[in-house]
Design a protein around this ligand. Structure first.
Ligand code: UDP
Ligand code: MN
Length: 227
């Protein structure tokens, strides 16, 4: 199949709020690509229904956990093992190319140009600039690659410190990534009912964006992806 899609992931009702914002921000800026969310079985039916109203496809996947406690402890984010679930995006072979977006990203303009890039395109991590940040990346779904990644992770762990990819960097701020333990939805609202939400009040979060923007050690940042 030749279709292309943006893909995000939500394993909890809280992250569904972020996922909804990702989809709405993509639609607001007129994407011509599909918009897909992967969810895990523990996401409530109410949240799934809310996602179905903004996403083209809601795809159920299994939870995976990297259990990479050493690196997660170094990051101070023991809860992030579950983000390994995003590897499922390589199984979406109904699409020829995908752009994965974390559920804590916000698209500020049309970013369809990302589909002109190859696997694997991403931006450097602001904290560990010799690694890429997995909040936004371009991939080609392939069961072969998926199996290879799973095997590699089983043998070497999910973090091997190697990055062979194309760094994305250009002029202006197009995608904001609210990385870190505090998310826009955790500070502004504790609603966990899966109901639909408007785009974040960008002004409220601007200060945090700028802070994130400054902590990076390169002009091209993962948390404020410039394309
Ligand atoms: N995620 C999720 N449930 C979790 C943690 C993470 O669905 O409990 C997904 C979600 O798409 C999230 C991504 O994994 O955006 C990466 O996690 P997070 O954004 O919290 O990591 P950070 O970008 O802060 O390092
Ligand atoms: Mn993130």
């Amino acid at each position: 199949m030749s279709g292309e899609a943006f893909v995000t992931l939500a394993t909890t009702d809280s992250y569904c709020m972020g996922a909804t914002v990702v989809a709405r921000s993509l639609r607001r800026h007129g994407t011509t690509r599909g918009i897909v969310v992967m969810v895990t079985p523990n996401v409530s039916q109410q949240s799934r229904l809310a996602l179905e109203s903004v996403f083209d496809e809601v795809i159920m996947v299994d939870v995976m956990d990297s259990e990479d406690r050493l690196h997660l402890a170094l990051l101070g984010r023991p809860e992030l093992g579950i983000t390994f679930t995003k590897i499922h995006c390589w199984t979406l072979t109904q699409y020829s190319k995908c752009v994965f977006l974390d559920a804590d990203t916000l698209v500020l303009c049309n970013v369809d140009e990302l589909f002109e890039r190859d696997e694997l395109s991403a931006a450097p991590d602001p904290g560990w600039p010799d690694c890429f940040n997995s909040g936004v990346f371009v991939l080609r779904p392939s069961l072969h690659t998926h199996t290879g990644l799973m095997d590699h992770a089983l043998q070497h762990g999910s973090f091997d410190g190697n990055a062979r990819l194309h760094y994305v960097s250009q002029g202006r701020l197009e995608i904001v990534h609210f990385l870190g333990p505090v998310k826009p939805w955790s500070s502004s609202s504790q609603r966990d009912d899966g109901s639909s939400h408007d785009l974040y009040d960008f002004k409220c979060n601007l200060q945090r964006c700028h802070l994130l923007y400054r902590v990076g050690s390169r002009p091209c940042l993962a948390d404020a992806l410039q394309v």
